[in-house]
Design a protein around this ligand. Structure first.
Ligand SMILES: [Zn+2]
Length: 300
């Protein structure tokens, strides 16, 4: 058996056993876009994500292995709106791959395709690490996933015209299943409407906007800054006046500040996956939203 596996492996490595398809290499900044590319591109693409659900997408290191991935990519998909401003420009510069530069067919900025929330009227340093292009965490509204998915299909067809009917068929199939899931999620989430929820960072504005959840405060005193003891005391006082249902944080964030406020206030802490792979049963985008809603609804 071992030798058969070896032969198969060597065939795979030599490219002989690979179907003529599997042609497009898709580099994504975050796991949600790799999952979407896989839904729509199927066997004709291979998707790679620069970050996992346990990594803070605002801050990663522009490692040489990532530069090599960008150099070989046919298509790049990132959230944009400055989410990756600390590392993506460096990767692009070092990779020197003209096909995936901004403005090219091989570059997709998801946030540029959807209606962005929280676009500041002005930005200055006193505001902390604020995203000047509006909130970049667009994927947690599944309607945005649908919009980005349609654009992605068009790009896949432009870059790999031989696969046009394959991509179109997958788009139709995904879109049908996704719309059905959105309807189901909206029904399930009805009890969350109007709920006040305290968040670590404002990763959740698109999710909350979609479901009618209210942000009751943030553990970060300003975007991107660590919480302080004084800020937690202020939050506790605010919560006494207008209580909230829970404190949430993403799988990529430490729960220390959330646990501290929970001790002060008695509110439950809920860790949400934030993206694909951030919790059990979140191997794809459907699982991501299923689990996110289960966790929000189960908080006590
Ligand atoms: Zn952010």
């Amino acid at each position: 058996m071992k030798s058969i596996a070896k032969i198969i492996l060597s065939l795979l490595l030599s490219g002989m056993a690979l179907p003529a398809m599997a042609s497009l290499k898709v580099f994504t900044c975050e796991p949600e876009w790799a999952a979407l590319a896989t839904e729509l591109g199927g066997e004709r693409i291979s998707a790679y994500s620069a970050t996992t659900a346990r990594q803070d997408p605002h801050h990663i290191e522009a490692r040489p292995s990532l530069i090599a991935k960008v150099r070989n990519a046919d298509l790049l998909i990132c959230s944009g709106a400055e989410l990756e401003t600390g590392w993506l420009p460096l990767l692009l510069r070092q990779a020197g791959n003209a096909r995936v530069m901004p403005g090219q067919a091989g570059f997709i900025e998801a946030a540029a395709l959807v209606q962005r929330l929280e676009i500041p009227t002005h930005v200055d340093r006193s505001m902390g690490d604020v995203h000047a292009g509006g909130n970049p965490h667009v994927h947690l509204d599944p309607r945005n996933i649908a919009i980005v998915g349609r654009a992605l299909t068009q790009r896949l067809i432009a870059l790999d015209p031989d696969g046009a009917s394959y991509y179109q068929q997958r788009q139709t199939d995904f879109s049908k299943r996704w719309q059905q899931a959105i309807t189901r999620w909206q029904q399930q989430a009805a009890p969350l409407k109007g709920a006040r929820v305290l968040v670590h960072h404002k990763d959740w504005v698109y999710l909350f906007n979609w479901l009618g959840i209210v942000t009751a405060g943030t553990l970060e005193p300003k975007p991107g800054l660590p919480t302080t003891a004084g800020h937690l005391v202020n939050l506790k006082q605010q919560l006494q006046k207008s209580p909230a249902r829970m404190i949430i944080h993403a799988a990529y964030q430490s729960d220390r500040a959330a646990q501290r406020l929970s001790q002060l206030s008695g509110m439950p802490v809920v860790e949400l996956p934030y993206t694909v792979g951030g919790a059990d049963k979140t191997d794809d985008l459907f699982g991501l939203f299923d689990v996110t809603l289960q966790k929000l609804l189960g908080a006590k």
